[in-house]
Design a protein around this ligand. Sequence first.
Ligand code: MIC
Ligand code: SF4
Length: 642
Amino acid sequence: MKKTLTHKILENHLISGNLVKGEEITIKIDQTLTQDSTGTMVYLQLEAMDVDSIKTELSVAYIDHNTLQTGFENADDHEFIKSVAKRHGIIFSKPGNGICHQLHLENYGMPGKTLLGSDSHTPTCGGLGMIAIGAGGLDVAVAMAQGTYSLTVPEVIGIELKGELRPWVSAKDVILHILKKLTVKGGVGKIVEYFGQGVSNLSVTDRATITNMGAELGATTSIFPSDENTRAYLASQGREGDYVSLSADPNAEYDQVYEIDLSSLEPLAAMPHSPDNVASVPEIGEIKIDQVAIGSCTNSSYSDLMKVANILKGKKVHDNVSLVISPGSSKILSKLAENGALAHMINAGARIIECACGPCIGMGQSPKSGGISLRTFNRNFKGRSGTMDADVYLVSPETAAVSAIYGVLTDGISKGLKLDPIKEEVFDKNDNFIVYPRGFNKSNTPVVMGPNIKPFPLNKALEDQVKGSVVLVGGDNITTDDIMPSDARLLPYRSNIPYLSNYSFATIDPAFPSRCKEAKEGIIIGGVNYGQGSSREHAALVPLYLGIRFVIAKSFARIHRSNLINSGIIPLVFENPDDYDELKLGQKLVIENAKEQIDSAVIIVKNIDTGKEIKTVGNFTQLEISMLKAGGKINMIKGQEK
Ligand code: MIC
Ligand code: SF4
């Protein structure tokens, strides 16, 4: 069989199982990354597992999401993470160093390696030819403790790239084009692998933009070959020694193949409120805009920001627009400062903010009421910007910068502008933002825990009768931002589940927490792609805390489904999606003989109010069944240790 690059890397890392689509395998994890907003839970869990040393080749704890420090909570979380990192041999990246994915690409990602990260955009490093997967925090904690990760072998979609992008059309437009075609659920259970002649016309940071937003397809990950452009990128970061050449076999067997002619693409935008609601910029028309935000793990590379600086040079940001720019890393910001590009941005009237996630996760820069914001980010879910009635459009850096000048959504081609080519740069190593764990260990470093850090909830072992009342009937594509919103007010409480629980589903059903408290045991009903978006396991831990026993949906997003199982909440899929229509708030449902039923292909849920039996499908692997029986992954691991 002619092998895909995905299969080659998985095969090299296979610990157990058969590398056959749909089967469960366990692979070796070489590297892990965490960020602070999921990291506090990861490190509480790592401490709970009481391991002596981590088993990965390299693990890094980044602080990039929650850097406002509006109160002691942020700073306490950072100190906590730093102390656990030192105890376990984990590299710690201080706030201000940059966004985890950009930093990992620059400093640590390596072709052919595996990376597991507690953030859904971990696939960014797929741009370097590695298998980089986003997962829930507990899975990352276990990967550090045991050096492994289990997954169901996904299908591999091949995307053949031909031709070359025109000026003013960039990597963001490639992934927006794919999102339009495949939608936000098109990648679930799949890995997207790029190949073909057009690959050589994309730099590593272009590729990283594409693999980053593969997360919005719901894909397990996305990957590019490692070629001369990879060598050049690694060399620019002083890491040429990490280069290996990697690609799929010629005529590799993909489960599906799509072809994209890069030269046929045009500037695109994802319209409110979904990354797959894509149209071309001229089609949408010159709508008046209030804010432009450039940055995030999708589009904050050196070349992205140099393009922006060149466009802004000698120009003025439109009077009605607030332009805000957050560079991806301290190295990038420092280079922009050295070569004068930063001055072009500031002189044009741009606000420069910290190298961090910032507005992407609602940490400031919320648009005005009813405002229109153009962002180079990856998600435009309703309310994510912090303003419920704002309209967010996702665009490329080029489109964002030109639009900021004109005050309307527009692009360089429509305006007949010229775009200067970007000169490649070599970056100096700067690890002054890094705390190495050298000389520290468990015996000489105590865990530093502030008062806001509360224990995480644990489930109980599966009982024979699992019941509850329907506390929410949600629609399609419910996001983890809906289940557990995050913004500047809530992000400081990522280590305080009881506090967060008061805001679960706050943006779509503020009565949800009180309804759960009244019901004591609750059930959530969802549509297709339930739990899309972030990897935050808070979207499972908070429902667990609120007494949710199971969720029945038309389908689930991958990471959220795993997080539910890790927490011992049973994710069930309607065998007949029409049964969804009959379920109403307040109805009582029960799974009888749950311990037995959990092993079977079809699980019957009885509606006590109507007497109807609903057929659901679990499709659980053996490992998942063990977790559900034990009441979650931690209970399962503790049980195995006895
Ligand atoms: C996001 O972009 O939604 C986040 C914030 O980075 C999340 C992680 C989190 O919720 O902490 C993600 O993408 O996984
Ligand atoms: Fe940070 Fe936004 Fe990227 Fe999430 S998507 S890691 S919040 S920059």
